[in-house]
Write a protein that binds this ligand. Structure first.
Ligand code: TEU
Length: 525
């Protein structure tokens, strides 16, 4: 049986504002992505996920959508989108879109109608409640980004509306069948255009118990979005899955299920009839430490195996500091110390060899650190600007962003952009960019790495060791998270296929040790 494409694919997340700009306004656009497809094909990724490009007032940089079926003029037009999709497909690259089902912009015509009167046709498309006595919000839920109630009182109708995120992002009421039908129509609109699937934003939040019960006091300070876990959502997901499966070509959905509990997250795969994939965010919030990662590998297998669920792995995205930044900061260690790059390289080996679908975030293949964003350039209400800095394409001062006289990019560049940019790293076979490319090529050529079983091996405490097996194809992976050399004895002689810190010359023999911050992919000799 052939496995669906999304099990063996490597997905590359594009944050369009910061990827590549063609019109000189300092904000990336769809044409920018299209012009760089050759580079992504050279790198060897299988699929792209685009963060939202829909019409939006940009209160949350596109996650507040005022028209789900239009491209924001900042990014281009529907024609540009069709052109991008066709060119990506011509290169054999799939394309998935971000779908934001939990909320709209407060400027969306649906919400404009909803807030206009208590008997407005779309009143019930959103979640409206009376305040409690004393003017208190209807429940104790806490919004993301700021520790504020998830409720904003609207004087026009003297009721409050629910928003798990910004007040500019009112939550839809999926309990209303008209909302469900309208959001299915949005999926169909893009499926009919040919997209290969969706990354579904906070999709675990869409089903809501109409009584909206308080969060328990012991967790009541946490954003409600990381706690929300309602049975109703599973019914909604099954119907979404039926819709996706009614299209030819293995259309898929990966859910952003932001529950920091792998067993609860795993329930969103249903019995193979809900999400195709779900992000696993625990590792994103973990240190670079072998014991922790062995636990993630083992627990992920346990949680998903009995459901036939397929794991996902992610180290960075547009919501958290980049992993090279997170893995630095050891006492007295500056963020750009040599070890931080070595760790980022070792982490790339882990990300691209663990069993499951890896998601790369644009720029991690360059080893980027977060940008240092001075207070007068902060734009995100969630404090996430650092990881959203523009991609440096070249060594010159503008790094590929417009011509002299054009607008400055919307955020400052990351550190070291004179050397840590696409052109410079492409010219240097020892760069981390070339390491990612080698790993992607080895992965593509190995059934074991793409789809094989995974077994943890015994190794010294600071070394993560596992074996991937598919028939005769066997790959052993050793990842040293420490600054010391460790011996790891294997069953028989092995060849080094990829070393995180070296340019591959002739494949060398494994010497029985893994060096400081080094990761190795090995095959039996
Ligand atoms: O993020 C959801 C989310 O809950 C976190 O990533 C969030 O940053 C964290 O909880 C802060 O409290 C998704 C998108 O990825 C993010 O960019 C959007 O801002 C958010 O949904 C709202 O659409």
């Amino acid at each position: 049986m052939t496995e669906p494409w999304w099990k063996s694919a490597v997905v590359y997340q594009i944050y369009p504002r910061s990827f590549a700009d063609t019109d000189g306004d300092g904000v990336g656009d769809l044409e920018g992505i299209r012009h760089r497809l050759d580079h992504l094909a050279w790198l060897g990724v299988d699929a792209l996920w685009l963060s939202p490009v829909y019409r939006s007032p940009m209160a949350d940089f596109g996650y507040d959508i005022s028209d789900f079926c239009a491209i924001d003029p900042l990014f281009g037009s529907l024609d540009d989108f069709d052109h991008l999709l066709a060119d990506a497909h011509a290169l054999g690259i799939k394309l998935i879109l971000d779908w934001v089902p939990n909320h709209t912009s407060d400027q969306h015509p649906w919400f404009v109608d909803s807030r206009s009167a208590r008997d407005a046709p779309k009143r019930d498309w959103y979640v409206w409640r009376d305040r409690l006595p004393g003017g208190k919000p209807p429940n104790n839920w806490v919004a993301s980004f700021a520790p504020e109630p998830t409720w904003t009182h609207d004087p026009t109708t003297d009721q409050s509306y629910l928003h798990l995120f910004l007040p500019e992002q009112p939550d839809l009421n999926w309990g209303n069948p008209e909302v469900e039908a309208a959001m299915h129509d949005v999926l169909r609109f893009w499926l009919d255009r040919g997209v290969d699937g969706f990354r579904a934003d906070v999709v675990h939040c869409i089903g809501k118990d109409a009584t909206l019960p308080d969060d328990p006091p012991e967790v009541a300070g946490l954003p409600h979005s990381v706690l929300h876990d309602e049975p109703l959502t599973h019914d909604l997901l099954r119907r979404i899955r039926t819709l996706l499966d009614s299209y030819p070509g293995e259309r898929m959905m990966v859910g952003e299920v932001y529950l920091l509990d792998i067993d609860r997250m795993a329930t969103y795969y249903g019995d193979g009839d809900e999400l195709n994939l779900s992000f696993n965010f625990l590792p994103v919030h973990s240190p670079w430490d072998a014991a922790t990662w062995r636990d993630h590998l083992a627990r992920t297998e346990q949680a998903l195996a009995h459901r036939g669920g397929w794991p996902t792995w992610v180290l960075s995205n547009h919501d958290v500091p980049r992993h090279r930044t997170r893995y630095s900061g050891w006492p007295n260690e500056p963020a750009d110390a040599p070890r931080t790059e070595a760790r980022a390289r070792a982490a790339a080996v882990l990300l691209l060899t663990a069993r499951g679908t890896p998601f790369l975030y644009q720029g991690e293949e360059l080893g980027l650190l977060d940008a240092d964003v001075p207070p007068d350039r902060v734009v995100d209400p969630g404090g996430r600007d650092g990881c959203r800095a523009p991609i440096p394409w070249s060594a010159d001062e503008r790094h590929g962003w417009g011509a002299p006289g054009d607008a400055e990019p919307w955020l400052p560049f990351p550190p070291e952009a004179e050397t840590r940019n696409v052109a410079t790293e492409r010219a240097d076979p020892s760069s981390i960019l070339h390491l990612y490319r080698r790993l992607l090529a080895v992965r593509r050529g190995s059934e074991a790495l793409r789809l094989g079983d995974e077994a943890l091996l015994d190794a010294p405490a600071p070394v993560i060791a596992f074996r991937r097996t598919a028939g005769d194809d066997v790959c052993t992976v050793l990842i040293n998270t420490s600054g010391e050399t460790h011996e790891v004895s294997l069953d028989g002689p092995h060849q080094v296929v990829v070393s995180s810190d070296a340019v591959p010359a002739e494949p060398g023999a494994y010497t029985g040790v893994v060096g400081p911050d080094q990761a190795l992919v090995l095959r039996p000799a």
